[in-house]
Every structure is written in C-alpha cells, then in structure tokens.
Design a protein around this ligand. Structure first.
Ligand SMILES: [Fe+2]
Ligand SMILES: [Fe+2]
Length: 200
C-alpha cells in the first residue's frame, strides 16, 4: 500500500526486525492479497492493441481462447487458465509461458499448470516450421501424463483463437471467474498468513 496513513515496520535491516514489525507487514499483506485477481486483470489489459503481426490483438486472442474453452464446457479453473495463458507476452518475450505459469501456479491443478507452462512448445506444432524451428519439438514430452491435455488445449482453444469475426466474449464476462479463482490459492508457502482469519 502507498497510503501514508498505514503503519510501517521500523527496521532498516531484517536482522533488526521485531514481532511488532512483522505483525504490521503480515496485516498489510493480508489486506493486499485479495486484490491479486484485479492486479492480474490490469496486467492482462496491457495486451490490448498489441498485434505483433497477428490478425487479432493479444488481448482478443486471450479472450477468444477463454471463450472457446468456456463454450466447450470447461470448468472455471480451466477457463481462467485459458484466459491468462499468454499474459506473459509483454514481460516475457523470450519465455512467455513461464510468466503465466508462475502467476497462476498457486491457483491451478498440477495438470492445468503443466498445460500453461508447456503450451508454447505444443502450440509450436502449428507454426515452428515456418520460422525455422522443429514443429515436433513437443515430441520430447511424448508419454508424459499431461501431454495429451496440453495438445488438446492448443488444438481446440489456443491455435483457432485468431479469428477477428468470432463472437468473442468481453473481459467483463471473465472477471468474476478470475477474482474467484485468485481468492482460493491451493498452494503457496504464504497461504497461511495471507488467508487465515485471525484468532478470536
Ligand atoms: Fe502462448
Ligand atoms: Fe495463445
């Protein structure tokens, strides 16, 4: 928080930290965490208007991937994964799937996390041969328990999501899903301090 009225710890190095300092920080962090979904959505909006040569901008591609997954009956966690799978396009030009995978890791099943982490290589099946790469790079994961699910994500939702004429749902439609998912971290070493109610 930037608010000057909020209390602050007094240490100048963590070696000087006290229980009082860390009670202040823990309380601030607990208030900050629930808006994680809103901050993720703000970052996703940075993809608007960024085409990178594609027929639709990167935000539309994300929305269309999520729309296709939603209309195919996927559950909320999967749809949010689909929505955010390319959120790293702006920060991670050289490893965009890793950015989404890191942001989403606390909220996803192991399988959905694997899909988002590896979708770049699996999606490459549809274009790597046009840019001098091996379109079968994904074959290194043949036999992996989640490889078929990742290939399916790319085939059904990611690779067809560049259609300017598709009836893509707006970001508003997905916002409550993102907020709900981000309010329920499954795994985080900070989960206890951020989500537990204080003792009476
Ligand atoms: Fe991607
Ligand atoms: Fe994509």
């Amino acid at each position: 928080m930037n608010d000057m009225t909020h209390p602050r710890a007094k240490f100048r190095a963590m070696t000087e930290g006290t229980q009082e300092d860390w009670d202040i920080i823990a309380a601030e962090q607990k208030a900050f965490a629930p808006d994680n979904g809103a901050r993720i959505l703000d970052h996703l909006k940075l993809l608007a208007g960024d085409y990178g040569g594609f027929p639709v901008d990167r935000l539309t591609h994300c929305l269309q991937t999520a729309t296709r997954a939603h209309r195919d009956g996927r559950d909320e966690e999967y749809v949010v994964m689909a929505l955010l799978h390319d959120i790293g396009d702006t920060l991670g030009a050289f490893n965009h799937p890793d950015i989404a995978a890191a942001i989403l890791k606390p909220f996803l099943s192991e399988e959905n996390h694997w899909i988002v982490q590896h979708h770049g290589i699996f999606q490459g099946h549809y274009f790597f041969h046009y840019i001098g790469l091996d379109r079968d790079m994904r074959d290194q994961f043949a036999g992996h328990p989640y490889a078929a699910a990742c290939a399916e994500f790319c085939e059904k939702y990611d690779q067809p999501a560049f259609d300017p004429d598709y009836d893509t749902l707006p970001l508003d439609f997905f916002e409550p899903m993102v907020m709900r998912l981000c309010a329920r971290p499954k795994q985080s070493i900070y989960k206890k301090v951020m989500t537990e109610e204080p003792a009476e």
